[in-house]
Write a protein that binds this ligand. Structure first.
Ligand SMILES: [Zn+2]
Length: 350
C-alpha cells in the first residue's frame, strides 16, 4: 500500500502536478568545461517545472571547442616583392626632427619601432651585414668596416643566397661600395653604386620598373653629414630630407608599376650616432628605427624587442623563403598582427 502511494506521488512529481521544493532538485555546479566553452550551464538545461503535461524534449546542445593554443603563423599574405631601405646613420628621433615627411606619412600605415637595435659593433658594413644575413658577426664573419676583398664576403646563407636559390630577382643600389661584401656577386642580379640620394633613387626606380623580388636601397648621406657636422645637426637633417624625397620617389615608382599593394616596404638604418661619431659609447649609437608597411601588416607601434638581424628573417618569412636555423634573427611576427614565437631579451650580438 505504501509502495503504491509512493509510485503515485512520484508519477505526479514527474508529470509536474506536484511542485517539488527547490532543495530536492539536484544542484549541478557549472562544470569547468562548460565555463571554458562559455555555454549554458547544465542546470539551465533541466526541464522547468511547469504544469504542462507533456514537456517538450530539450535539444542536445553541441559544443565547438575554442582553440587553446596560438596557431602557427601562416605565410604572410600576398607579399610578392620586398623593398628594404636603409638610411645610413639615421637615429629614430631624427625622423620627426628633420622632418622626413614621406617617411612620417608612411609610418601612419606601418608597424614600427623607434627602439630597434643594431649589433654590438654599430658601424656600417658589419651592421648592414647582420641586417641582411640574419646573423651576428660571430657567424657571418664580417668584423671589418672597409672594402677588404682579401678577407672576402660574409659567410653563411644570407637573404640574397635564398632569393638566388629560389630563382628570384634581387638587386642592391647603394651609396658605399663596401656593401658589396654583404653578398657574393653571383647571388645578386644587379648591384649599383651611386654618389648621392637622387642618383640612387634614379637607379632604384629603374630596378623597380624592370621588375624585382628583393631590392635593397642604401642612402649614405646622413652618415657623411653626421661625421662632418654632427648627428642631429641641420646639415644632417637636410641630408635626411633629401633621402626622404628619394624615398617618396621609390614609393611613387611602386605605385606607377602597380605593385605597391603587393610590396612589403621596410625602412630602417644601420646605426645611429652622437656628436660626430657612432663609436658605440652612447645608446644613441645603437638605436635604429624599424618600419614595415605593406600587405598583411598590422599598423601600430611594436612592443617586442627588435634587432637588426630580424630584418632578414622577416623578409624570408614574407617571401616564403626557408628559415635558416643558424640565423640569430626572428621574423617580426608582431608586425603581421601575430604573437611572436621567439623574441630577443637583451641579446648582445657580436
Ligand atoms: Zn653607417
Amino acid at each position: 500500500m505504501k509502495r503504491d502511494l509512493f509510485f503515485v506521488i512520484a508519477l505526479l512529481c514527474v508529470q509536474g502536478y506536484i511542485m517539488v521544493p527547490e532543495f530536492w532538485l539536484p544542484t549541478t555546479a557549472p562544470s569547468a568545461i562548460s565555463q571554458a566553452f562559455n555555454v549554458e550551464t547544465v542546470s539551465t538545461l533541466v526541464p522547468q517545472k511547469t504544469i504542462t503535461p507533456t514537456p517538450t524534449k530539450q535539444p542536445i546542445p553541441t559544443f565547438t571547442a575554442k582553440p587553446t593554443s596560438t596557431p602557427t603563423p601562416a605565410p604572410a599574405p600576398v607579399v610578392e616583392h620586398v623593398l628594404i631601405v636603409s638610411f645610413d646613420g639615421m637615429r629614430p628621433d631624427a625622423i620627426p626632427a628633420a622632418p622626413m615627411k614621406n617617411l612620417l606619412a608612411l609610418i601612419e600605415s606601418s608597424a614600427y619601432s623607434f627602439e630597434a637595435r643594431t649589433i654590438a659593433y654599430p658601424v656600417t658594413l658589419p651592421s648592414h651585414t647582420a641586417m641582411l644575413s640574419g646573423m651576428c658577426m660571430e657567424k657571418n664573419g664580417m668584423r671589418w668596416n672597409s672594402n677588404n676583398r682579401y678577407v672576402g664576403y660574409s659567410r653563411g646563407d644570407d637573404l640574397f643566397n635564398l632569393t638566388h636559390d629560389a630563382n628570384m630577382k634581387s638587386a642592391m643600389v647603394v651609396g658605399k661600395d663596401k656593401l658589396r661584401l654583404i653578398a657574393e656577386p653571383e647571388t645578386t642580379d644587379d648591384f649599383e653604386v651611386r654618389l648621392n640620394e637622387a642618383l640612387i633613387a634614379d637607379a632604384a626606380v629603374d630596378v623597380i620598373s624592370s621588375g624585382f623580388d628583393l631590392l635593397f636601397v642604401h642612402f649614405p648621406s646622413a652618415d657623411a653629414r653626421g661625421h662632418k657636422y654632427g648627428w642631429m645637426s641641420n646639415a644632417q637633417f637636410k641630408a635626411l630630407r633629401e633621402g626622404d624625397e628619394a624615398l617618396g620617389r621609390l614609393l611613387a615608382a611602386l605605385d606607377e608599376n602597380g605593385i605597391r599593394e603587393s610590396t612589403l616596404v621596410i625602412v630602417t638604418a644601420d646605426h645611429g650616432g652622437h656628436d660626430r661619431t657612432h663609436d658605440g659609447t652612447r645608446v644613441e649609437d645603437y638605436l635604429i628605427p624599424w618600419i614595415a608597411s605593406g600587405p598583411g601588416i598590422a599598423p601600430g607601434e611594436l612592443t617586442y624587442p627588435i634587432h637588426t638581424m630580424d630584418t632578414a628573417a622577416t623578409v624570408a618569412y614574407a617571401l616564403g623563403l626557408p628559415f635558416q636555423p643558424e640565423w640569430d634573427g626572428f621574423p617580426v611576427y608582431e608586425a603581421f598582427g601575430l604573437i611572436p614565437q621567439d623574441v630577443h631579451y637583451d641579446k648582445v650580438c657580436r
